[in-house]
Design a protein around this ligand. Structure first.
Ligand code: GDP
Length: 308
C-alpha cells in the first residue's frame, strides 16, 4: 500500500472507522476517501456502484456495520442481519468489480462458537453453535468472511478479514440501551458518582470473561495488516488477556472514583461465558498491542468527560 493510494474508508464516523481514519492520517496517507451516510447510503447497491465507478478506490476498508451490545443484538435480529448483509455485499462486490487492489473486512470475535476453545484460535470458526444473543450479527459477519474468501479463491482478489475482540475507546456508543459493557459501565459509574448514588447496577452475574482492546490498537493493527498480510484466512486481533465483568466493573469504579457498591441485575443475560482470542498469528507477524486496559480506560474516560 502506497501513501498516495486512494483508500475508501467506509464507516469513518464509528468507533473503529474514526480510529482507522486518525491512524491513516497520522501515518501520512493523503488520499483517504470518506462519505457521510447522508451522501452515500451503503445499504443501497445502486448508490454504492455509482460511487465505486466514479472513484475507483485502490484500497477499501470496510468498517461500516450496524453494531450494538448484548441487548440490542438480542432484540433486533432482523435489523442486524439485513443491514450488515446489505452493506458488506454491496461494498465487497463493488470493490471487486471496480478493480480494488485490496479490501479489509472487519469481523468480530462473536463469529466464533459459544463454547470455542479458549483462547480462541482462528481455526475455531464454524466448529459449533453460536452464542444466541448475537447470532444474527455473527451470521452476517461470517457471510462477509466467506464472501471475501470466495472472491479470493474464485477470482484471486486480495480481500482480507480481521477479527477484533471487544473494542472500546473514543467515539464509542455510551447509550445504555445499545452500548457494549465497557462504555455502559463508564457512563453508569460516572453518573452514579455525580449523583452520589450508593449502588452501580451491573447486568448479569459478573462471572463472564471478556477481552478488551483499545480501538487505537485495532487501527494500528489494521494498517499493519493492510501492509503486511495478504491471505484470505481470517486473523484475530486482541490483547491476549481477559477480565471478568466483575473485575472490569471494579477497575472502572476505581478509575472514575465511584466508591459505592456494585449491584447485580440477574434479569439481564450473561451472554457467552468467555471470549478471549488467540493472537499468536498476528504476534508471529510482529504486531503487538500497546495500550494497557487501565491506560485505555483512563483515556476513554477523559474523552467522555471532555464531551460532557
Ligand atoms: P457481548 O460481549 O456480546 O456479550 O456484549 P456486551 O459488551 O454488551 O456484554 C458483555 C457482558 O457484560 C455481558 O455478560 C453483559 O451482561 C455484561 N454487562 C454488565 N453490565 C452491562 C451493561 O450495563 N451493559 C452491557 N451492554 N453489558 C453489561
Amino acid at each position: 500500500m502506497d501513501q498516495d493510494d486512494s483508500i475508501f474508508l467506509a464507516g469513518h464516523r464509528g468507533l473503529v472507522g474514526s480510529a482507522i481514519l486518525r491512524k491513516l492520517q497520522s501515518d501520512g496517507f493523503t488520499r483517504v476517501l470518506t462519505r457521510p451516510r447522508t451522501e452515500l447510503d451503503l445499504t443501497n447497491s445502486r448508490a454504492v456502484d455509482q460511487f465505486f465507478a466514479q472513484e475507483k478506490p485502490a484500497i477499501v476498508v470496510l468498517a461500516a456495520a450496524k453494531v450494538g451490545g448484548i441487548k440490542a443484538n438480542n432484540e433486533l435480529p432482523v435489523e442486524f442481519l439485513l443491514a450488515n448483509l446489505q452493506i458488506q455485499n454491496n461494498l465487497i462486490r463493488a470493490a471487486y468489480e471496480q478493480g480494488a487492489r485490496k479490501l479489509l473486512f472487519l469481523g468480530s470475535s462473536c463469529i466464533y462458537p459459544k463454547f470455542a476453545p479458549q483462547p480462541i484460535p482462528e481455526s475455531a470458526l464454524l466448529g459449533g453453535p453460536l452464542e444466541p444473543t448475537n447470532e444474527a450479527y455473527a451470521v452476517a459477519k461470517i457471510a462477509g468472511i466467506k464472501l471475501c474468501q470466495a472472491y479470493a479463491h474464485e477470482y484471486g482478489a486480495n480481500f482480507i478479514s480481521v477479527m477484533p475482540t471487544n473494542l472500546y475507546g473514543p467515539n464509542d456508543n455510551f447509550d445504555l440501551a445499545t452500548s457494549h459493557v465497557l462504555a455502559a459501565l463508564l457512563r453508569k459509574a460516572h453518573d452514579a458518582k455525580e449523583a452520589g448514588a450508593r449502588a452501580l447496577v451491573v447486568w448479569g452475574s459478573g462471572t463472564p470473561r471478556r477481552e478488551f482492546l483499545h480501538v487505537d490498537d485495532l487501527a494500528a493493527a489494521c494498517v499493519f495488516l493492510l501492509q503486511n498480510y495478504d491471505s484470505p484466512e481470517i486473523i484475530n486481533v486482541g490483547t491476549g488477556k481477559d477480565v471478568s465483568i466483575r473485575e472490569l466493573a471494579e477497575l472502572i469504579s476505581e478509575i472514575v472514583g465511584f466508591e459505592g457498591e456494585l449491584s447485580w441485575d440477574a434479569s439481564q443475560p450473561d451472554g457467552t461465558p468467555r471470549k478471549l482470542l488467540d493472537i499468536s498469528k498476528i504476534e508471529s507477524l510482529g504486531w503487538r498491542p500497546q495500550i494497557s486496559l487501565r491506560e485505555g480506560i483512563v483515556r476513554t474516560y477523559d474523552w467522555f468527560r471532555a464531551g460532557k
